[in-house]
Design a protein around this ligand. Structure first.
Ligand code: HEM
Length: 441
């Protein structure tokens, strides 16, 4: 090899390392801010409010702005930050081009974090909320646009190979995310002009929560699952026709959500979930061994169980349409979706992929991974069983179980955060003399 070729190869190696470092640092920033939103403005607030609700024996006495701030922190602050952080890391890396969009990435992180924080402060304190709320939604939208722009740039500069199906699903989900942010902005501008408090009216708020959960988070999970379930859990490759039909049912469900046909919407959500289960072969035997290095051996089981929560959530949603009177069945359905399916998925897959995405690290403790998932599912089961019984006044004793469910979930979330934070604080595996003994347990 001549000198020039050698130099060019060395340059491209240095460049590749620089790109890797930039994308890892950005992923870490999104993950750490996401963990913060999950813990304090999200879970801690949710636990506190559930204890208040259980003491009062009703949800109606609470300020809805606080509950909405909890939902916002979890959906956009936690899950939204994780989606964008993982997207920046994995998608820009996949395009395989020569520069990482450093400035755009950091600008997106600053704006996104600012937007979420100002929405939370405006909602909970009411401080200049008529300005702060629409501004927060606009800032979040600009942050997301920067994220989308850097992905698009990579695509046009990068290779021109035909896109894989799972990547098409990721693109569809990205448009879902964008649509949710645009609708959020329009609604908050309208609220600022016509409303008399920073809380959205109840019926609209419930629909917006469903729109964000099913229009932005669920499709993204389906898309990444299409890539990762076969890779990590050894499941068969997805069947693409039922897989994309699940997306079509999601669209039908979301469109009918805003009409009188709530039962059609609920049925369409259930069909979408069942089609995804079938297409991704979630409950079929694995065709190759799962990749269990550096994760707990129960990982595939917990992964499959998330889809049980998804189906339970849809069934409860169908029951909520005719029978819900005080928000108990609907609340249980939402909790099965948010904690059982979404948080369960993040705890399982997240502890598998995040250490690698954040600098080729190894998960600190596989034991903590197991306990975080077990406690999460236990807390979720208590909540999903007892919330309808208590809220709908079927069984008064059920009120006593709800604070326990909240505290168990708080413990689960804290263990998850602790495991990720210590993992990030420890040096990457290749810089350590030997991988910590806790990991091997
Ligand atoms: C981990 C423990 C959690 C606790 C203790 C908790 C608690 C609560 C409580 C008490 C409510 C009020 C409505 C009701 O009584 O059902 C609520 C609503 C809500 N939660 Fe959670 N939650 C938790 C996790 C999550 C997660 C992980 C998400 C999303 C990823 C989430 C999203 C929401 C949403 C969207 C609402 C509706 C807010 C609104 O009315 O606008 N929650 N939660």
């Amino acid at each position: 090899m001549d000198e020039e070729a050698q130099l060019s190869e060395q340059y491209s190696d240095i460049n590749r390392i620089a790109i890797e470092r930039h994308s890892q640092r950005l992923a870490i920033a999104f993950i750490v801010s996401g963990l913060f939103f999950m813990l304090l403005p999200g879970t801690f607030l949710g636990v506190w409010k559930l204890i208040d609700i259980s003491r009062e024996h009703t949800v109606s006495g609470l300020d809805p702005a606080w509950l909405q701030a909890h939902g916002q922190a979890q959906i956009f602050g936690w899950i939204g930050s994780f989606i964008i952080g993982i997207g920046f890391y994995s998608l820009t890396k996949m395009q395989g081009t020569k520069r990482f969009p450093v400035r755009m990435g950091w600008a997106a992180w600053i704006l996104w974090t600012l937007g979420i924080t100002s929405r939370w402060i405006g909602g909970t304190t009411g401080w200049h909320w008529r300005i702060l709320l629409p501004l927060s939604a606009a800032v979040e939208l600009v942050a997301f646009w920067l994220f989308g722009r850097s992905l698009r740039q990579r695509r046009t500069q990068g290779n021109s190979k035909p896109k894989e199906h799972w990547l098409k699903a990721v693109i569809v989900s990205t448009f879902g995310f964008l649509a949710v942010l645009v609708i959020n902005l329009v609604i908050l501008i309208h609220l600022a002009q016509t409303g008399d408090s920073p809380a959205l009216p109840h019926a609209l708020d419930q629909k917006m929560a469903l729109l964000a959960l099913w229009g932005m988070i669920v499709p993204t999970i389906f898309a990444f699952n299409a890539r990762w379930l076969s890779l990590f859990a050894g499941l068969r490759q997805p069947n693409w026709v039922p897989f994309f039909t699940a997306y079509a049912f999601l669209v039908v469900a979301l469109l009918t959500l805003f009409t009188q046909w709530r039962s059609i919407s609920a049925i369409a959500f259930l069909f979408s979930a069942l089609l995804a289960v079938d297409a991704l072969h979630v409950w079929e035997s694995a065709v190759q061994p799962a990749k269990l290095l550096h994760v707990h051996r129960s990982f595939p089981l917990f992964l499959r169980m998330t889809y049980i929560w998804l189906v339970i959530s849809c069934i409860l949603e169908m029951l909520a349409v005719p029978y819900d009177r005080s928000g108990g069945i609907w609340g249980a359905s939402r909790h099965a979706l948010t904690v059982g399916f979404i948080a369960g998925m993040v705890f399982a897959i997240g502890q598998r992929v995040l250490p690698a995405f954040c600098g080729m690290r190894v998960l600190w403790s596989t034991r903590l991974m197991f306990w975080s998932l077990l406690l999460l599912y236990l807390g979720c089961a208590l909540r999903v069983i007892f919330e309808p019984l208590a809220y709908e006044n079927y069984w008064n004793v059920a009120w006593r179980a709800l604070p326990f469910s909240a505290l168990i979930e708080l413990a689960a979330v804290t263990l998850f955060a602790l495991n990720i934070v210590v993992t990030l604080l420890l040096p990457p595996a290749h810089l350590r003399p030997q991988v910590s003994s806790v990991t091997a347990s």
